[in-house]
Design a protein around this ligand. Structure first.
Ligand SMILES: C[S@@+](CC[C@H](N)C(=O)[O-])C[C@H]1O[C@@H](n2cnc3c(N)ncnc32)[C@H](O)[C@@H]1O
Length: 300
């Protein structure tokens, strides 16, 4: 059996500091959404905006967002999806994240265009039971659960905020249960190290954790084959970043970020190039999976 070597446990503060530090870099190099876009056969891989639009429509329909009265976005980052959802429901949308830099980005978005049904709250998902926001009838969490120190405990916390029958869609980076020892050692472990992830989850682990937290699993989908164009995009963005001469604007931006976030920022920014190379290799090898779990909070 393959040996599973866990990464040294990073504290929530490490993860939060990382997202604080890298927020602007991600927005500059990746865009407003930190999750992956789904591409169907025949879609133009260069039309990323259209793919995101279809992806969001699909996710929003899955949680019944249009008719929900209160929608919770867990780990909302810069708030782009929360804003997208607020434009498509008469219900209230609350975005929660623990990174102040991400939420500063979300605040700028709100300042640009007021949406009376949209709010952002700074909070740690691991302590959601203390979130003084009442109950929600739909929830979504994209590309963030892998950072949580204990996914089972997090799901139990999420359950406390959901009404019976409420739907939760969780999309996460997972490891293949068939990943070889070498794939783990050479691809997944370094990827986790760069990303401050203790250990990637897997489909069977999620099924068990959802059930134990009081959810009925409605549908599990492996979306890996549909998100390959994203890894390709990240890979080419990394190569471009390496090829470009460092201009004055970028240098000034990097220096300002170094002053704000410390020397660790420069290393973390450089690490993102390695991440892009590793992620493409890990996805193409089949070891890294992109999985969605749609679940319903059990009644009674
Ligand atoms: C890769 S980003 C995804 C952001 C957003 N869901 C999206 O798809 O654009 C991961 C986000 O998870 C947030 N996050 C990680 N752990 C968290 C926690 N324990 N509580 C709240 N937010 C957390 C980070 O601050 C970051 O904004």
């Amino acid at each position: 059996m393959a040996r599973v070597r866990k990464q040294p446990v990073r504290s929530s503060e490490d993860v939060r500091d990382g997202f604080d530090a890298l927020a602007e870099l991600y927005y500059a190099y990746w865009g407003e959404f930190f999750h992956l876009a789904i591409f169907e056969k025949g879609d133009d891989p260069a039309d990323v905006a259209a793919a995101y639009e279809r992806t969001h429509e699909r996710y929003f329909a899955a949680i019944g967002g249009a008719t929900a009265t209160r929608v919770l976005e867990l780990a909302c980052g810069g708030g782009a999806l929360s804003a997208w959802m607020a434009d498509r429901t008469a219900g209230e949308v609350v975005g929660v994240d623990f990174s102040s830099r991400q939420l500063a980005h979300a605040a700028k978005r709100v300042a640009r265009r007021q949406r009376p049904n949209l709010r952002f709250v700074r909070h740690d998902i691991m302590h959601l039971a203390h979130l003084d926001e009442g109950c929600f009838d739909a929830a979504i969490c994209l590309d963030a659960a892998c950072y949580l120190p204990d996914r089972g405990a997090a799901l139990r916390q999420v359950a406390t905020c959901l009404q019976p029958g409420a739907r939760l869609l969780l999309v996460d980076w997972c490891r293949s249960e068939q990943a070889t020892t070498l794939q783990r050692e050479l691809l997944l472990e370094p990827l986790c190290r760069y990303w401050a992830i203790a250990e990637l989850g897997c489909v069977s682990g999620y099924r068990t954790a959802f059930r134990a937290a009081g959810f009925r699993v409605v549908k599990v989908e492996d979306l890996s084959e549909h998100v390959m164009a994203n890894w390709e995009r990240g890979y080419h963005a990394a190569l471009r970043a390496l090829a470009e001469p460092i201009g004055v604007t970028r240098l000034l931006g990097m220096s300002a970020a170094r002053v704000r976030h410390g020397a660790r920022f420069v290393q973390a920014a450089k690490d993102q190039v390695q991440v892009a190379l590793l992620a493409k290799a890990a996805a193409e090898s089949g070891a890294l999976r992109y999985v969605s779990v749609l679940a319903e909070r059990r009644r009674g």
